[in-house]
Design a protein around this ligand. Sequence first.
Ligand code: NAD
Length: 512
Amino acid sequence: MTLANLNFSAEVAAIMGRLGVPAASLSGGTLAVRSPINGEKIAAVAEISAADTKAAIEAAHKAFLEWRLVPAPKRGELIRLLGEELRAAKDDLGRLVSIEVGKITSEGLGEVQEMIDICDFAVGLSRQLYGLTIATERSEHRMMETWHPLGVTGIISAFNFPVAVWSWNSALALVCGNSTIWKPSEKTPLTAIATQAIFEKAVKRYVADGGKAPANLSTLLIGGRDIGEILVDNPKVPLISATGSTAMGRAVGPRVANRFGRSILELGGNNAAIVCPTADLDLTLRGVAFAAMGTAGQRCTSLRRLFVHESVYDTLVPRLIKAYGSVTIGNPLETGTLIGPLVDKGAFDRMQHALEAAKAAGGKVSGGDRVNAGEASDAYYVRPALVEMPSQTGPVIEETFAPILYVIKYKEFDDALALNNDVPQGLSSSIFTNDLREAEAFVSDRGSDCGIANVNIGPSGAEIGGAFGGEKETGGGRESGSDAWKAYMRRATNTINFGKTLPLAQGVKFDV
Ligand code: NAD
């Protein structure tokens, strides 16, 4: 079937119905939703007003005041049920992600699997929100550190992981005793509405089982940047977790800081890989191909810069160019497709602009042209572009959210390492080598300056167990695993005197 003959409206309505979303909420609103697969308008959803947003923040704050009193392992029980509901909804929600964002089927399903994985992680975490007991210099005293719920957690998310980002934040925030309030991308309201409905199902079961969950524990705000700004400025939202472009973070970060709020910023990346003389080139080829072309280059961790040692350049790069020329592009729902569409015309225009700039800077471009335009004029499919560059210059130092891989030849390992770090962004990086010294140097103090540094796998994608995020213009935030939960709680240091005297610290005397 050609792209033009596809029709998603009825299927979307059926999926939403199964997930518990009333059909009426899919039409008559002011926000048009289009599938990047064929450009079809699949819904028109209602947007929230500024006044209702303010009221929703107040209601979320009230929910927090109650939820923080529920013991953490009991809060974990709600997230356990959410994980169960997500398992039941996986096929439907995964398919909806593919229709709304254009991801290939396995990646749509993979995104929902990430939601399930973080729920599992958070359930265990709900019994592990522990602090330290610290040695004190005063006799008959005890000093300890305790962790407490923080307040309403505001979540602002990007289009490319329309639901996983909510779950990374919400699963942790909720077991930590916070309520959450979510402003998804204006490009992906349907998956957000579906996710909220799945959450409500979990709450219903939790309450039916005797759990105490206040109303408005999780709130969804459908709207544009202006709605996000209201969240950002409201002191009743002590933590803003914002995922998106560096431009967005540059606006959000200072505004939150200005009111002494906290933020977790998860912003743009410009991720690199170094291919060393000893690299396993078959493995490297597969690692590079997935990291650079997967999700049509629309992952924050997508591989954008490749530094190839001169001794393997002429072996690896022609093989890569061949893979770029033969990879299957098209309807992401069809078996065998590896590259789906770009999200919209804006993304296509920015890609073409970057390719022009690369040519002007001496780049040799393979691919990058539009395909399937005759089948659906409002859908934007491109052949991924590989650009051999004489140096790291022009568009190479920027993030263009599209499948462009800049390839640069190097001689000395230290030069490649310096290039890896010599961009404003600091999200993800990797090295392909079988030389222990190079691998260890890459992950050492003098190595990659990114939040993620991998050996013999590409920079793209992440597992729930590790803390996720990056340095420099990527914003410095950490989400998901390890001890990322600490950002969602407030820490108190408590000193308790169980004796009958009052010794002061540092030997201070103050007898009255
Ligand atoms: P975007 O910056 O255009 O929008 C992201 C979200 O921020 C949207 O919900 C938008 O409405 C909101 N927003 C924008 N300006 C705002 C403001 N001033 N105040 C409040 N809210 C505001 O990003 P996008 O195009 O949806 O996503 C692509 C970008 O996201 C890429 O740069 C990508 O690297 C980045 N990203 C980063 C991560 C990460 O974890 N580091 C993950 C996914 C995507």
